[in-house]
Design a protein around this ligand. Structure first.
Ligand code: PBG
Length: 326
C-alpha cells in the first residue's frame, strides 16, 4: 500500500496555514446592519420573534447606530415603523418630512455624516394600512405604475433626509429606472440605488412582519418571485442593472445561494444578499435550545453567503460579528 499522493490535510495542519489558504473573507465592512425605528414609543421594544433585535426609539437608534459604526460595520439599512393611526392606503407617512423614517435618517445623517453608508428601505409596506408594498387599485391589484410614482417621491424624500443609498424592495417593474430618473431630476445624481433585484415571496420574512408591525393580509405573490424560478431571477437582475442599479441584491440568502452565485457571475456591479429575519430567528431559536452554537453557525452561514459570491451581506448580526471578529 503506497502513500497517498495528494494530502489536502497538509494545508490544514496549523492555524497559520489554514489562514494562508483561506479562500473567503468575512469582514465587518462587508456587512450591513438592518435597523428598525418606531414612532410613538418611549423605550426600545423587543421583537419577540427576533431575539436581540428591537424597534428603536429615535434616541436608542442613534446610540445603537453609533456603536455599530464604531464596531466597523459597512453600513446601516433603516426601516421605519409608523403609528398604526398614521397608516393610509398610499403610505403618505413614508413621504412626509416628519415621518419616522425620514426623521430618523436626518438624525443619523447629522450624527454620522459620511462615516458610514446610510441606507433606507424604499418601500410602502410598513406605511400602508393594507400592508402591501404598493398602491392597491379598486379591484385589489397592486398598481405597478402608480406605485412607481410613489416610490420616486419616497426615494427623493429619503435622499433629501440624508440617505446615501435607497433600497427599492417592492419588486415593481421599472422601479429602478423610475427612481433613477426621479433622483437625478431632483439633483440627487450621487444617491446610490441598491436594488432588491431578485426578491422571492418567502416564508422567511415572517418575523420581519412582526418587526415592522405589518398590516398585511394575504401575500405578495403578484410582485415577489416564485421561489422556484432561477432564470427569472437573473432576468430581474439584468433588468435592474440595465435600469441603472448601482448594487443588486438577492433575498433571502441561504435558500438562494445558487441565485447569488449566478448573479455574481453575470453582474458588473456589486452583489448583495440579505440574510433575512427568518434565517436569523431560526438560528437564534436553535441556539437558544442549545442545539447549535450561535456564533459558529452565524459565521458559517455568512461565510457561505460570501462564498456564493455576495460582496455585501445584510444581516441582523452585523454588529455582533464585528465584535466577534475583533
Ligand atoms: C419590504 C421588505 C421586507 C423585508 C425587507 N424589506 C418584507 C417583505 O417583503 O415582506 C424582509 C426582511 C426580513 O425578513 O428580514 N419593505
Amino acid at each position: 500500500m503506497g502513500f497517498p499522493r495528494h494530502r489536502p490535510r497538509r494545508l490544514r495542519t496549523t492555524p497559520a496555514l489554514r489562514r494562508l489558504v483561506a479562500e473567503t473573507t468575512l469582514e465587518p465592512r462587508q456587512l450591513v446592519l438592518p435597523m428598525f425605528v418606531a414612532d410613538g414609543i418611549d423605550e426600545p421594544r423587543q421583537i419577540s420573534s427576533m431575539p436581540g433585535v428591537v424597534q428603536h426609539t429615535r434616541d436608542s437608534l442613534r446610540r445603537a447606530a453609533a456603536d455599530a459604526v464604531a464596531a466597523g460595520v459597512g453600513g446601516l439599512m433603516l426601516f421605519g415603523v409608523p403609528r398604526d393611526a398614521d397608516k393610509d392606503p398610499t403610505g403618505s407617512v413614508a413621504v412626509a418630512e416628519d415621518g419616522i423614517l425620514n426623521v430618523a435618517l436626518r438624525d443619523l445623517a447629522s450624527d454620522l455624516g459620511d462615516d458610514t453608508v446610510l441606507m433606507a428601505d424604499t418601500c410602502l409596506d410598513e406605511f400602508t394600512d393594507h400592508g402591501h408594498c404598493g398602491i392597491v387599485d379598486a379591484s385589489g391589484r397592486v398598481d405597478n405604475d402608480l406605485t412607481n410614482k410613489r416610490y420616486v417621491e419616497l426615494a427623493v424624500a429619503q435622499a433629501d433626509s440624508g440617505a446615501h443609498v435607497v433600497g427599492p424592495s417592492g419588486m415593481m417593474d421599472g422601479q429602478v429606472a423610475a427612481i433613477r430618473d426621479g433622483l437625478d431630476a431632483a439633483g440627487h445624481t450621487d444617491t446610490v440605488i441598491l436594488a432588491y433585484a431578485a426578491k422571492f415571496a418567502s416564508g422567511f420574512y415572517g418575523p420581519f412582519r412582526e418587526a415592522v408591525g405589518s398590516s398585511l393580509r394575504g401575500d405578495r405573490r403578484t410582485y415577489q418571485q416564485n421561489p422556484g424560478n432561477a432564470r427569472e431571477a437573473l432576468h430581474e437582475v439584468e433588468l435592474d442593472i440595465d435600469e441603472g442599479a448601482d448594487i443588486v441584491m438577492v433575498k433571502p440568502a441561504m435558500g438562494y445561494l445558487d441565485v447569488v452565485r449566478a448573479a455574481a457571475d453575470l453582474s458588473p456591479v456589486p452583489v448583495a444578499a440579505y440574510q433575512v429575519s427568518g434565517e436569523y430567528s431560526m438560528i437564534s431559536a436553535a441556539a437558544a435550545n442549545g442545539w447549535i452554537d450561535l456564533q459558529a453557525v452565524a459565521l458559517e452561514t455568512l461565510t457561505s453567503i460570501r462564498r456564493a459570491g455576495a460582496d455585501i451581506v445584510l444581516t441582523y448580526w452585523a454588529a455582533d460579528v464585528a465584535g466577534w471578529l475583533a
